[in-house]
Design a protein around this ligand. Structure first.
Ligand code: NI
Length: 174
């Protein structure tokens, strides 16, 4: 297993929509393992393949945040959100936006269809953090990012903050 590099906004690769996964062979299994290791090392509650530069429809979520909680790793391959209900405003972060936390309007509950890492189909009804995380990660598969949910002023502010951060990181590397 290996920790992959997480791309940070405004990296253009984050805007590439994911392709449908058709091969559930060893390459995908290795990718899933690497993504889990990368997500836990970050640490984060979710990670989508496009965030590590892999344009595939696949994301991982683990909402067991407490140190004494057992892990609750969920893998969603080719997910489709079938139903959305209710409204909730949730303060979200994203591993591709380090240091950024913004309140975003989401559906309170979702019903999702997906495949597991071996290609077996399942359906899941979720609410709360898990429902929000599913919507957030699903956006990544469409090349959609948390800034796209913000008003123009906030969006500009986050954009400037992230560009400044990227330039600083670049200067530091020289
Ligand atoms: Ni994200």
């Amino acid at each position: 297993m290996a920790i992959r590099t997480i791309l940070h906004y405004p990296d253009k690769r984050l805007r590439i929509p994911g392709a449908v996964v058709t091969d559930f062979g060893p390459e995908l299994q290795a990718l899933v393992d690497d993504m889990a290791e990368t997500m836990y090392a970050a640490p984060g509650v979710g990670l989508a393949a496009p965030q590590i530069g892999i344009s595939k429809r696949l994301f991982l979520i683990d909402v067991a945040t407490g140190e004494d909680q057992p892990s609750d790793l969920r893998i969603f391959v080719n997910p489709v959100i079938l139903e959305r209900a209710g409204e909730v405003a949730w303060e979200e972060g994203c591993l591709s936006f380090p240091g950024v936390h913004e309140e975003i309007d989401r559906a309170e509950r979702v019903k999702v269809h997906a495949q597991d890492r071996h290609g077996v189909s399942f359906e899941l009804e979720a609410e709360g953090l898990l429902a929000v995380a599913i919507q957030h990660e699903h956006d990544h598969l469409e090349g959609k990012l948390m800034v796209d949910h913000l008003g123009m002023l906030k969006k500009r502010m986050v954009h400037r903050q992230m560009v400044k951060r990227a330039n600083e990181a670049h200067d530091g590397a020289e």
